[in-house]
Design a protein around this ligand. Structure first.
Ligand code: ZN
Length: 244
C-alpha cells in the first residue's frame, strides 16, 4: 500500500495548494480518497486523472468534493481525445440524494453507494466505515490490503468509537483542524491533543496530521500531539508519500 498526500488543507486550499485529497495505491489499483478544491491540479503531478480506478468520498463538504465536476470533465475530454477508460466508480454514502446524484455523469463516472455497516471491497482494498461527529453525515474509513492498514478519520470531533476503529492501524491519517487549546468539537473537528490521544489509545504505528488550519505555526500541532503519542508523527503536505 502506498499513500500520497494530494491536499492537506482544511476548509479551502492555500495558494497553489489543495484541500482534502489522498491517493492510495496497491497492486496497480489507484484509489482517490476525497476530491477537494485544487485536487485535480495537484493530482496530475502523480497520476493522470484518466488512470484513476476509483474514488471514495467521506462526506459532501466542498473542501472534500469541490473537484468532482472537473474530474468528470477531465475524463470526458480525454475520452474525446481517444483515451480508453472505463466508467469511473465514485463510492459515497447516499444519505444526501441530491449530492449523491451528481456523482453519476454520462458514461464518465458512476456514483455507487457504500453501506457503512458492511465491508466494501474496492480493487485490492477492504474498506470499513465509522460514522463521525461532524455537522453533516461523514464516515471515517479503514483500508486493509496486503496485511497492512490505514485509517482515515475524515472530518470529525473526537469520538470514542474511533479508538477501536483505528486499533493497531499501521498509519492513522488524522484530521487536526485545531490547535491543542482550542475547542474543535463545536465545529466537528479534532485538535492536536485529540489526534495524539486517538493515536495513542488506538496504538497506531504512525500518525499523520491533516486537514490543517490556515494560521499559527503548524509544527505546534506535531509538538502538542507528541505530548500524548510516543510514535512517529508527520504533518501532511502535498507530495508526501508513505507506505502504511
Ligand atoms: Zn467537513
Amino acid at each position: 500500500m502506498e499513500l500520497t498526500i494530494i491536499g492537506p488543507w482544511g476548509g479551502y486550499p492555500k495558494v497553489n495548494e489543495a484541500s482534502a485529497g489522498y491517493l492510495l495505491q496497491h497492486e496497480g489499483y489507484h484509489l482517490l480518497i476525497d476530491c477537494g478544491s485544487g485536487v485535480l491540479a495537484k493530482l496530475q503531478n502523480f497520476i493522470e486523472p484518466e488512470k484513476l480506478d476509483g474514488v471514495i468520498i467521506s462526506h459532501y463538504h466542498a473542501d472534500h468534493i469541490a473537484d468532482i465536476g472537473v474530474l468528470q470533465h477531465a475524463r470526458l475530454i480525454q475520452g474525446f481525445l481517444g483515451k480508453k477508460m472505463g466508467n469511473l466508480p465514485i463510492y459515497a454514502h447516499d444519505l444526501n440524494a441530491q449530492e449523491f446524484k451528481v456523482l453519476t455523469y454520462k458514461e464518465v463516472t458512476k456514483g455507487i453507494p457504500y453501506h457503512p455497516g458492511e465491508v466494501l471491497q474496492v480493487g485490492p482494498f477492504s474498506i470499513t466505515f465509522q460514522k463521525t461527529n461532524h455537522p453533516v453525515e461523514c464516515y471515517a474509513m479503514r483500508f486493509e490490503a496486503g496485511g497492512r492498514s490505514m485509517v482515515y478519520t475524515a472530518d470529525t470531533a473526537f469520538k470514542e468509537e474511533l479508538v477501536s476503529f483505528a486499533q493497531n492501524a499501521n498509519l492513522l491519517l488524522c484530521e487536526c483542524n485545531f490547535y491543542g487549546e482550542q475547542n474543535g468539537a463545536n465545529a466537528g473537528h479534532m485538535t492536536s491533543f485529540d489526534a495524539g490521544k486517538l493515536a495513542s489509545r488506538a496504538n497506531v504505528k504512525r500518525l499523520v496530521l491533516t486537514h490543517l488550519p490556515h494560521y499559527g505555526r503548524l509544527e505546534q500541532l506535531e509538538e502538542e500531539a507528541a505530548t500524548l503519542f510516543n510514535g512517529p508523527i508527520l504533518l501532511a503536505q502535498s507530495g508526501l508519500t508513505l507506505k502504511p
